[in-house]
Design a protein around this ligand. Structure first.
Ligand SMILES: *Cc1c(COP(=O)(O)O)cnc(C)c1O
Length: 391
């Protein structure tokens, strides 16, 4: 298996065929497992026999998903979780303790900020938030007790790009772990472990599913780290459901094809938006004008499906463009075959203060689009209606 190319691994890895000889991956909907004898049960519980005991611990379908995703990220091990947030929580609970310090990018998913700022702080973990760029800000925030650096690249919604290799060097020099949420790129476009990151986080809910059906997550990295994360999961319970694992497992087969299509359409749409008179600026790392373009081109095999742009005018203009769409879905989700459009300042980023929003560049005239798999001409027409109405 190890010798196969990436796309072959996406289709072929992680398969254990049952005695029925099924061709497609089996879905094991079972909460528990039966033993041959009392002695066999005892051996399973003692860990002398490595088989299944209970689906909070292990499930064959979940394991298939974990093995396939690990192959695609180039990770030694993977632990599947109930959601992306459960992946982040499990990582923190397994690897941090009271008195530790975390540095988190300011430009991460809103709920991730809440998890660090509210819940971890309640348990005595200190957290500093720094802008994703420049990297010097991270160096300045380091303390003796810094154990974890946490970031997303490219960032949401302005597509800023952090140099994972340089960040890994900063983490290593201070005995901290670098954790990268790879949700926006997926392993089809970017493999953070290959640049020295210690841990990769996924919200499988997004591109790994790709069709907006299930909620799930994953943590990937070295075996010894994942053993700790798995230990937390077994005792505390945020495990992935077998059904969801099956959906994600099948999603991985088409992940690269979808990511290439999302990326190609996003680039066309970004270029088209740049030419529209009522568009002030476009944020997409695929554009040569984007400050992160050269780094993204080195670190990623394509630029992904998410872009944002500022319209001429204020909030009213942005809302007008959003409300004029008929095809795009007005929802904060992303990573779906269906294109989604959202106004970050009043939705995904509404809970942070106006001052912080201003510093992060989330202006009232900013619109984010997660480009889906519809025909690009229909997407342009859907935006053109609103943009032309701005006069
Ligand atoms: C959605 C998302 C999460 C959280 O994942 P859930 O599956 O919704 O819990 C974390 N990080 C990023 C970048 C996300 O987009």
């Amino acid at each position: 298996m190890d010798e196969l190319q990436w796309q072959s691994l996406a289709v072929r890895s992680g398969i254990t065929r049952s005695p029925e000889g099924e061709h497609s991956e089996a879905l094991f909907l079972t909460s528990s497992y039966v033993f041959d004898s009392a002695e066999h049960a005892a051996a399973r519980f003692a860990g002398d026999d490595p088989g299944n005991v209970y689906s909070r611990y292990t499930n064959p379908t979940v394991r298939s998903f974990e093995e396939r995703l690990a192959a695609l990220e180039g990770a030694e091990a993977c632990v599947a979780t109930a959601s992306g947030m459960a992946a982040i929580l499990s990582t923190c609970m397994a690897l941090l303790k009271a008195g530790d310090h975390v540095i988190c990018s300011r430009d991460v998913f809103g709920t991730t900020r809440t998890l660090f700022a509210k819940y971890l702080a309640n348990f005595g973990v200190e957290v500093s938030f720094v802008p994703l760029l420049p990297l010097e800000g991270w160096r300045d925030a380091l303390r003796d007790n810094t154990r974890l650096l946490y970031l997303e690249t490219p960032s949401n919604p302005l597509c800023e790009v952090a140099d994972i290799q340089s960040m890994a060097a900063i983490a290593q020099a201070s005995d901290a772990l670098l954790v990268v949420d790879n949700c926006f790129c997926s392993p089809a476009l970017q493999r953070p472990l290959s640049f020295g990151a210690d841990i990769v986080i996924h919200s499988a809910t997004k591109y790994l599913d790709g069709q907006g059906r299930c909620v799930g997550g994953a943590v990937l990295g070295r075996q010894e780290l994942m053993d700790e994360v798995l230990g937390f999961l077994r005792s505390c319970g945020p495990t992935m459901s077998a059904f969801n694992a099956w959906v994600f497992l099948k999603g991985l087969e088409t992940l690269s094809l979808r990511m290439q299509a999302h990326s190609a359409s996003a680039l066309l749409l970004a270029r088209w938006l740049q030419e529209q008179p009522n568009v002030e600026s476009v944020f997409y790392a695929g554009l040569e004008s984007h400050p992160g373009h050269v780094l993204a081109a080195k670190q990623q095999s394509a630029f992904g499906g998410v872009l944002s742009f500022r319209v001429r005018g204020e909030k009213a203009a942005a809302w007008k463009v959003i409300d004029a769409t008929r095809l795009m879905s007005l929802t904060a989700n992303l990573g779906d075959a269906k294109t989604t459009i959202v106004h970050p300042a009043t939705t995904t980023h509404s809970r942070i203060s106006p001052q912080e929003r201003h510093e992060a560049g989330i202006t009232d005239n900013l619109i984010r689009i997660a480009v889906g798999l519809e025909d690009i001409e229909d997407l342009k027409a859907d935006l053109q209606r609103g943009l032309e109405s701005l006069g």
